[in-house]
Design a protein. Sequence first.
Lengths: 346, 424
Amino acid sequence: MKLNKALATVALAGSVAAMSTPAMARDTISIVGSSTVYPFATVVAERFGTKTDFSTPKLESTGSGGGMKLFCQGIGTQHPDITNASRRMKTSEFELCQSNGVTDITEFRIGSDGIVIASSKNAENLELTLEQLFLALGSKVPVNGEWVANPNEKWSDVDSSLPNKPIRVMGPPPTSGTRDSFNELALAAGCDELPEAADLSKDEHSSICESVREDGAFIEAGENDNLIVQKLIGDTDMYGVFGYSFLEENADRLQAATLNGMVPTAEAIAADEYPVARSLFFYVKKAHIGVVPGIKEYVDEFISNAAMGPNGYLKDVGLIVPPREALMDLMDKAEGMRNLTLDELK
Amino acid sequence: MTDQRSQAEIVRQSLKRRYRKERRFRAYGVIAIAIALGALLTLFTDIIGKGYTGFMKTTITMDVQLDGEMMYLDDPTDERQIKMADFVEPLVQSLIKEIPGASEENRKQVRELINPYASVELRDALKANPEWLGTTQTMTFLSHTDVDVYVKHAGDDAYSIKLNDQQKAWVEELQERGVIETSFNDVFFSGGDSRDPSKAGILGAIVGSLLTMFVTLILSFPIGVAAAIYLEEFAPQNKFTDFIEVNINNLAAVPSIIFGLLGLAVFINLFGMPRSVPVVGGLVLTLMTLPTIIISSRAAIKSVPPSIREAAEGIGASKMQVVLHHVLPLAMPGMLTGSIIGMAQALGETAPLLLIGMVAFIVDVPDGFFDSATVLPVQVFLWAGSPELAFIERASAAIMVLLTFLISMNALAIWMRKRLERRW
């Protein structure tokens, strides 16, 4: 009985001792954030690790919102140093950061990403306007001035110029940042072109204009975009929604629908001419520079010409790189590490 | 009398029907097993069919002229010079020489056949052997992933070939001459993660898994066994112990992600432990496996016949002597089997690790319990979601490695049970 007690005490003490280890010094940069930026940031991190004597940064793909939450939790090595985002920091997130002592943040806009509607090269390509896209995929559409559940079953029901085929589109689930952007940039924009949208209240607008139909025409395919690509190649009646990098990776087998007459090319997305494009960012916690080694050098590597220039390695992995002037601005920013202010975000 | 005869008659008449019923019942069982086996077979064929190419690498072997002038390098021991030297040029020049018909004008296309990290390999080789400068060495480099995909999967619909026709012709020619070869993929077992599929390996994930499992084992086994012994042998039977028992059984059914949330709240936020480290992963998985170990250990203790306890007590052993000298050794095989199965479960777990930051891109192989690490199933998850198609085969190959671990752990559990179990 005594030995038993002693054993139990030792086990308990051991686990408590293990638990109460204080936050330790860290020599690896910790990066969190968007799954859209992840494929680019990992390439930079790996290059940075092989090129320099610093250890390779650790990257977690937490989604833009999750990354902001972790990033804004406070100063100290148990919190991440950099967060990636596929949208700009929200003012609420900025305020959260401020209230937790993360006051000095530098923002870097690193380029763009587009969302494409693609199909197999053997399929009939779509030429859509955003309005038609909303009428095909929105959960409710106006019929004679009334918002009713989407009755369109074929693309030709939306517009007679479109193919006489059932509407079947695969896309990312609601947890995905790509889906958020798709709802916001494609569907809501298409909805706003309808005259009926003007009469909607703000709440109605977000619930009607930013929701995808759930009657089976839009098929949620999980976070794995490769799976969507495989399905498209097997089924020529199917269309898929995913990021531009997957289109580029499969350029010999897939084609992309035009939106408002624009073909999704790197140039059109970088110039913001393609309607469903978004900017990518990363945010640096200035208080950690000098505490965790290599942060400044990592930033320099990311915005270097070798990475983001017109022949940079990030271009090879599908990033739509910013024009030369924007890159030079980034360099100025990296030198001064200018603070982000609330006014900029408003 | 007449009554009995008619009963026998009834039995005889129903006999045929009852036999038929039994045959049907057996057939259901066989069908169920056939479906399960069929599903398993499909899974294995799919994984092995997709993944076996992941165990092969494509290399380029060529004579590299290590010309100092070409590399802007005259002293490979000088760090400054190494930093500014050009290690790509000698590779491109050597490969141009290997390809008849290629010239300086095709240099971009030629460069696209060589792995982007080959120059780093060349740099490290020169750093290790400074005397090579100015000589010509026969060296083997990884090919570019596009070449790798073409060599392995030309004509396969599931893969996109990104080489142009000129490059395809070159690759075929070089293959015939033995410059481009496929061989066993040792890189896969000796490296950490990479965003370049050819360079990606699972050693980092294997080491991470081992470290995490070690923490889990040394915590969960003693705690689980101690809890089981106390509850089974010493605890009084009252409402409180009943309550504990019910809750242990409940915990065994709690979805694993809940343990991840708990780990995040307690170990990381409250105790300030770092994210993504095997210690925290091990602690979380300990919480998850504890109920399994406690339940199986209690079952093992229960199965020790009371006669053994009584005999020991009869010759004057104390309660503790009974437990430590007689019950525990006899229950140990059952406890170990339960623990191994619990550990195998923990080895395949990803959901709780997501929340404590072990689902991360980590290149360096971890070398301690407080070093950032990831685990095998997480590595599979990360590769399966990558845009590069060549990661599909790596993910399948990693699944095979993970399955090998799981099957050998379960086989060990079965072997131990067969070997050590005593029946009364």
